[in-house]
Design a protein around this ligand. Structure first.
Ligand code: GN1
Ligand code: MG
Length: 370
């Protein structure tokens, strides 16, 4: 990750007590660059500083408005219920000296800052049913707390973000340009994408818009976007920049994609990718504890479709980026995006083979609340 040459300048514009000299790269995001900074006083909170990838997030001002709106709403809900600490359970954006929540430096880069939540953990691979249960509860509660913001109010930060028709169109365009001459090596993956393309159109069918409500959803519910406390209890949902309208099944599917997989998103040895059903069960239980309060039956019936779509869509996105020469997702080595795409395709196939049984688990859980 590129470091920061102008840390002191950037930090000086935020109303914070961060020690610019302590700046260290942090986290495993694929898009933005994140840094951890210590407080100048040992007693004060530390900070997270993020360089926003503004090739991808082109309208930082409206993106920030969304994040403000969402974090304020979540804090209000937590205060209203009187059950928790909004400062610990919701990310807090730090204002700048001009009372905005992002800063553009002299090189054109955009920055934002949060309080760092100490004594929390995130996991790339889930280890215990308790963690999965807590993750389910966290994302269910997140959707529930936002369910009174009507659809259509938040800015569409990345248009067609989870529109599989568009994602497939971008893949076709990448294949026809073939700028890096990589298409000849990925025909097996392209064939597999093609084989499932029609089955994946569920959410795009014209009738769906009439029966499936659009809601404010997270849109990036990887398990490592939930912070757990030292007792492995859910504390805070992070990474709020793609919070915008969508179908709840997208969040469900993205979470299952990362929770049920016994290994990482980019596993090279496909034989290590297995489905951990106890973790699936636990996530479903945690999720419905909150989501049973607002989900419609049609939404419940769509959840498993989301669980198949999200790994598939992720594979399409990784494969497109591989063909385009790795211009979107950060990579650690050449071929990384292809390896990610292969792993996600394998995961999707395994989910597909078990979809009937998994759907039944979902339906049974919802019925237990009726
Ligand atoms: C990106 O940067 P990160 O890791 O939070 C991506 C998500 C993908 C994810 C795959 C804006 O998220 O959509 O699901 O990588 N974010 C964007 O790991 O494209
Ligand atoms: Mg993200």
């Amino acid at each position: 990750m590129p470091g920061i040459d102008n840390t002191a300048e950037v930090v000086s514009h935020f109303k914070c007590a961060a020690d610019a000299n302590s700046c260290k790269a942090y986290g495993s995001g694929h898009i933005n660059d994140t840094f951890l900074l210590k407080n100048v006083s040992a007693a004060g909170p530390d900070y997270l500083l993020q360089r926003i990838n503004h090739n991808i997030f082109s309208d930082v001002e409206r993106l920030t408005d969304n994040m403000r709106r969402v974090t304020e709403h979540l804090k209000y809900k937590i205060r209203e219920h009187g059950t928790g600490d909004p400062l610990k359970e919701v990310m807090t954006l730090i204002p700048t000296d001009s009372n905005r929540f992002f800063y553009q430096d002299s090189t054109g880069d955009y920055w934002r800052m949060f309080y760092f939540l100490s004594d929390t953990k995130s996991y790339d691979v889930v280890q215990t049913p308790k963690q999965a249960y807590e993750g389910g509860k966290a994302f269910g509660k997140f959707q529930y707390m936002l369910s009174d913001i009507p659809a259509g109010q938040l800015f569409e930060v990345i248009p067609d973000f989870h529109n599989i028709q568009k994602r497939l169109q971008y893949l076709t365009e990448a294949v026809s340009k073939d700028t890096c001459k990589r298409v000849q090596y990925v025909s097996a993956e392209l064939q597999m994408v093609e084989k499932y393309a029609e089955d994946m159109q569920y959410f795009q069918q014209p009738g769906q818009a009439a029966v499936l409500p659009k809601r404010v959803i997270h849109n990036d519910t990887k398990f490592n976007n939930v912070l757990l406390n030292s007792n492995d209890e859910a504390q805070c949902v992070i990474d709020l920049e793609t919070v915008m309208d969508g179908y709840v099944a997208y969040d469900f599917g993205d979470a299952i994609r990362t929770i049920i997989n016994t290994t990482t998103e980019d596993e090279a040895d496909l034989s290590r990718i297995k489905l951990n059903m106890p973790l699936f069960n636990a996530y479903v239980q945690g999720y419905f504890k909150e989501a049973s309060k607002f989900l419609t039956d049609t939404e419940v019936n769509s959840l498993m479709k989301g669980a198949l779509l999200l790994p598939y869509m992720q594979a399409v996105r990784f494969l497109t980026d591989h063909i385009n020469g790795d211009i979107y997702f950060k990579i650690k080595f050449e071929g990384h995006n292809l390896q990610r795409a292969r792993a996600q395709l394998r995961l999707m196939q395994m989910l597909d083979a078990n979809a009937g049984a998994m759907h039944q688990i979902i339906v049974n859980e919802m019925n237990s609340y009726k």
